[in-house]
Every structure is written in C-alpha cells, then in structure tokens.
Write a protein that binds this ligand. Structure first.
Ligand code: ADP
Length: 459
C-alpha cells in the first residue's frame, strides 16, 4: 500500500441513487458517503452524482447552489451542486420530473427513471469536460452506467475512465447486475464471504477473475457515541457502562417502556425476507419470555409485511406494554438511541452481503447476535466458538452467532447472550468495552478500493 499512497491523486466519480444522510434507504446510501469520505481523506478527488429527488433531506446539504443546465433525452436537466458530509455532490434535476415523486424507489418505472439518470450522469460528465479516472457505479440502479459507458461514452471522449461496479445486494435486479459485471473493468461486493456465497451465480461465475470482496466499514465520525446529538451522555469505551445506562433509560422513557434494569434487545432493519422475518418474530417472543425488553425499528416496503407487523405491534403493545415496542417507521435519530441504549442488536439475516447494523452496534458497545452469513460471518466472532478465527483476524471474539435458519438457531445464540447478561455482568461489561475498541472503520477498506482502482487503471 505504501506505493499506492505516493501516487498522484485520482479523480473518482460515483454515480449512485442513494446517499446518506440525504437520500438513504439502506446500506448502499451509507457506503456511498463513507467510502467517498475515506478515499477523499487519502487525498483523492471524489464527486458524487445523484438524482435531485424532491424528497431529499436538504438540511444536510451545505453550499447548495445552481450549477448549470444541459439538454439531453428530450428534456432540460438542471444541475445543482452542494456539499454533503464534506463530499461534493452534483444533483441532476431533469425537467421531465422523474425524481419528483416523493420517494427514491417504489415507482412502476424505477428502471426507466434510473436508466435515464445513468445516461444523464454520463452526459453531464461528457458535456462538462470532467475526466474521471474511475467511474464507480452501484447495484442495479446505476448498473446501466457500465454498459452505456463502454458502448458509447468511452468512444465520445471519456476514454481514460475505468468502470468499477459494486454489488451491495445481488437479490435486486440480477439481470442488470450480470450485465454490469460483464461490462465493468472491476466488480466488487461488500464482504469476502458474500463474494464466495454468490460466486456460483451465473451473473458472476464467468467473471471471477475481476470480482473481489471488500468489506464495508462504518464512518467513525457519523457513528460516534462520543459525539452524537441523539444520545444523552457522550461515551467511549472508558465510560461505556454509564453511557449505555443513560441511553437505555432515555430509550425506555421515550418509548414508554418500564425504566428498569432489564436486558434490552434492539432490532433495526428493513423488514424483508432477507432480514429473517420469522427469526425476528421468534426472537421477540423468546426475549419477552426471558423477561427482557425488545425494541424494533423497522419498516417494510411490502404492505402485507408492514400490516403483519402492525398487527403484531398491536398485540404486543397490549400484552407486554412495558417491555415491547415496535416502531414501524424509518427514524434515523431513534436508531442512534437504540444502538446506544440496547444491550444486544439482533441481525438474523437469511443472507447479508455485509450488514452495517452489527458494525454500528459494536461501535456503540452493543453486542451483536447474528446469523452466520455473508458479512455477518466476516465481522462477528462468537465468544464461545470463534476464538481461533478471531485470532487469525487479529480481533477479540465479539458476539453471539448461530447457523441454522430456524427457531432453534436463534434460541441458541440469544439464550447464551441473555444468560451472559443475567449471570455475568462484569464479563458482559468488559465485552462491551472490547467491542468499542474494535475499529470497523473505512481505513483498510478504502486502501483496498484504491488498490483496486489502481489495478483497473493499469489494464
Ligand atoms: P440493508 O442495506 O440491507 O438495509 P445494512 O445493514 O447494510 O442493511 O444497512 C442498514 C442501514 O439502514 C443501517 O445504517 C441501519 O441503521 C439503517 N436502518 C435500517 N432500518 C432503519 C430504520 N427503520 N430507521 C432508521 N435506520 C434504519
């Protein structure tokens, strides 16, 4: 890596449809922002091109200003510029109003909207004389960049750029994804284990020579219990017990739960099949049986699943009013308080490309209880079973995990976790401290991406 650090700055442009905290649906939004910041910190130049949604959270855009306009695709496209978390962002606002629909995803013509955006973003680069070294696109939604670039824009004057394509979730739009993998110079996904798990997928199998797993990190400034306006007391590993105690009380009060010294299990998730809905439901029951409290923050894109959870919430809020709260919405500030106030964060995903929740949990001293899959396997090392594997990675064991995808699996991990809370509080507290001292930052992953960008440039 030393050689890499000495080379001149690269120009990297991300073309993406999500960006935290202004247009975030899931981990993709976090990664675009925090990877950009980490690469910028290595003295490279990073720009992001994003649709200008009417539902953007503008309060987090600084220096917002009109930049220019250009015509393409039978419409005028206004370009705005702003800084988000210190990263330069160009917002494209086509006058056909493709992004004035009150949401990021969820329209019947999403593929058309985002296809249009990809084309417009490349056109913007061309018309403004940008000469990026790397164009980095993400998931099905900006996958068309890969082939539009190779079929057209490469020949129009953007010739020096290389295309890197990252798969954050193979489940969505496999057809688009396979085509982008084929056309890109390098492809990545967000953990080594997920890379192995999907290596037999036809979208990827014949491109393994240019396919790499690079684990995500979390932005240590954005997720920082020492500097977090949504929690009552600043804390580090030194005063984790006091900090988490205050956060737990604040959480209990805010949600109307009994303010008592009980084990609190937190769940923060999109409610989709991927996230192990049946395991989540089972874990809620088991935690309540063991006299713990449960806080779930989640929303379901599928109205049937959302309804199902509304019913479950109604039941639990009457049967266990002081110990269960299901908040069926998206709420970033509340998520911070849960990460800080919970003892455990449960992530029982059926598959999980990387998963950020377990990393954020650890940063806040909450113990992850996870299913052994994808990035969860790569970042959570069971205190009873993974000592050797943790040693090999140079980390201490840091959580509880399970294999199967049934109730017995979750029980195995969750029961051990809750028992540790009841029976060995000193040990439990020292585990919280250990977690907080593990850095799942972007430092190493950002260097891995730089190495990949350099390798792409050399080809
Ligand atoms: P995915 O991208 O599959 O949704 P990740 O674990 O990679 O899963 O990222 C999820 C991100 O979204 C985390 O930052 C998590 O805190 C956040 N998140 C998920 N659901 C909610 C919610 N209902 N409210 C607030 N934040 C949420």
């Amino acid at each position: 890596f030393r050689g890499v650090a000495k080379e001149p700055p690269m120009n990297i442009v991300h073309i993406a449809v999500e960006m935290a905290p202004i247009a975030k649906v899931g981990g993709l939004g976090d990664v675009v922002t925090s990877l950009s910041r980490a690469v910028q910190d290595l003295n490279h130049h990073v720009d992001i091109i994003l649709p200008k949604y009417d539902c953007l959270n503008f309060s987090n855009v600084k220096e917002f200003q009109y930049n220019r306009s250009f015509s393409w695709g039978g419409t005028e496209i206004k370009v705005w510029f702003g800084k988000v978390e210190g990263v330069s962002v160009y917002f494209l606002e086509p006058q056909n109003r493709f992004f004035d629909v009150g949401c990021i995803y969820g329209c019947k013509n999403d593929a058309e909207r985002f296809g249009f955006f990809c084309h417009a973003a490349l056109e913007f680069l061309l018309q403004t004389g940008f000469h990026p070294d790397i164009i980095h696109c993400h998931d099905w939604s900006s996958a068309p960049v890969a082939w539009l670039f190779k079929d057209h824009y490469m020949h129009y004057g953007l010739s020096k750029a290389r295309v890197v394509f990252t798969i954050h979730n193979l489940e969505f739009g496999t057809h688009f994804i396979g085509k982008a993998v084929a056309y890109s110079d390098k492809s990545t996904t967000v953990s080594n284990t997920y890379a192995k798990e999907v290596s037999g997928n036809p979208a990827i199998a014949s491109h393994l020579y240019k396919f790499h797993g690079i684990i995500n990190g979390i932005d240590q400034d954005i997720w920082d219990p020492y500097n977090d306006k949504f929690i009552p007391i600043s804390y580090t590993s030194e005063n984790v017990v006091e900090g988490k105690q205050a956060a737990k009380e604040a959480l209990q009060q805010r949600l109307g739960l009994k303010t008592a010294d009980l084990p609190v299990v937190g769940i923060i998730t999109r409610l989709t099949r991927q996230k192990g809905i049946h395991l989540i439901k089972h874990a809620i029951r088991r935690t309540l049986e063991r006299n713990g409290q449960v806080v779930l923050l989640g929303s379901a894109p599928d109205p049937r699943i959302q309804n199902d959870f509304v019913n479950l919430a109604n039941q639990l809020h009457s049967s266990h009013a002081d110990r269960a709260r299901l908040c069926l919405t998206y709420d970033e500030p509340l998520s911070h308080l849960i990460y800080a106030g919970a003892d455990f964060i449960l992530v029982p995903s059926i598959f999980e490309p990387c998963g950020l929740t377990q990393l954020i949990a650890m940063r806040y001293g909450s113990i992850p209880v996870v299913r052994k899959t994808g990035g969860l396997y790569d970042t959570v090392f069971d205190v009873d079973h993974d000592k050797e594997r943790a040693d090999a990675e140079g980390v201490e064991p840091n959580g509880f995990s399970f294999d199967g995808a049934d109730a017995a699996g979750v029980d195995y991990a969750l029961n051990r976790a809750i028992s540790a809370w009841y029976d060995g509080r000193d040990w439990f507290n020292s585990l919280c401290k250990t977690l907080m001292e593990q850095y799942w930052s972007w430092n190493k992953p950002a260097l891995d991406y730089m190495e990949l960008y350099h390798a792409a440039r050399k080809e």
